[in-house]
Design a protein around this ligand. Structure first.
Ligand SMILES: C[S@@+](CC[C@H](N)C(=O)[O-])C[C@H]1O[C@@H](n2cnc3c(N)ncnc32)[C@H](O)[C@@H]1O
Length: 237
């Protein structure tokens, strides 16, 4: 968090755009680190997400809009920090999205990526990865764009090869560091897996997904669970 705070504080009257904002998680993190921002806009493709965000924030400087990152209604050079958190692996066209992000980035601004990674994880963190990949596979089965998370190398390759900006900084973001998981938390994780599995109950592949869910539960029983670490990458001119 120290490095993220330093990045936030390196700008004044900051105009922030958070793409693929979901429930506004990343906006909460950024704005809790530094209150000196001028405005924040969170955008997402899903109207449900925007509705939840609109009722969950109480700061006039923070706004939410339903918008596609591939075709944003913003003028060129509009934002100082543009973030994309845990959404790179949800993008249909990474190159075109990066190009559009660069268009609305002000001179001197940065693109900030925070992405759950698939390498350098402990056994406990791999439980999170397995759950994530399971949900992603089910989303794909149902026609949504949701890939498996990338390795650090893949994330960096995407960002360097598909944008015209340079890497300014890279670091690991440790989300939580749990020693033990309680039986109640295990129960909650298993309920989450069951809820995800229910989405394909009507599908021909339901047995395949049931077996896969059982394997993941067994893995969690054996190794426990912790949030997978994330990779933060800052790129700019
Ligand atoms: C896993 S969520 C990330 C939520 C949040 N940023 C976080 O870190 O918790 C990914 C989000 O990206 C959104 N998304 C995917 N493609 C998008 C696009 N082209 N434009 C805007 N949002 C998009 C999805 O609708 C989804 O809400």
């Amino acid at each position: 968090m120290r490095k993220l705070r330093r990045l936030m504080k390196s700008f004044e009257d900051t105009r922030i755009l958070d793409i693929g904002t979901g429930n506004g998680n990343f906006i909460r993190i950024l704005t809790s680190l530094d209150d000196g921002f001028k405005s924040v806009v969170g955008i997402d493709l899903l109207s449900g997400a925007i509705k939840v965000c609109k009722s969950g924030f109480n700061d006039e400087r923070i706004k939410f809009m339903k918008m596609d990152a591939l075709k944003m209604d913003f003028e060129d050079n509009s934002f100082d920090i543009i973030s994309l958190s845990n959404s790179l692996h949800h993008l249909d066209d990474i190159s075109a999205t990066l190009k559009e992000m660069e268009r609305v980035l002000a001179p001197g601004g940065v693109l900030l990526f925070c992405e759950m990674r698939s390498n350098n994880l402990t056994k406990k963190q791999k439980s999170h990865l397995k759950m994530h990949h399971y949900a992603a596979e089910i989303d794909r089965e149902r026609g949504s764009v949701h890939y498996e998370t990338f390795t650090d190398k893949e994330i960096l390759n995407h960002l360097t090869e598909k944008s015209s900006l340079d890497i300014k900084d890279v670091w690991e973001f440790v989300v939580t560091d749990k020693e033990e998981i309680t039986p109640k938390e295990i129960e909650w994780l298993f309920e989450t897996i069951d809820r995800v599995q229910e989405r394909v109950e009507g599908s021909e592949k339901r047995e395949y997904f049931r077996k896969k869910a059982d394997k993941i539960k067994n893995y969690i029983r054996k190794y426990g669970f912790d949030s997978a670490t994330q990779l933060i990458v800052v790129i700019g001119k």
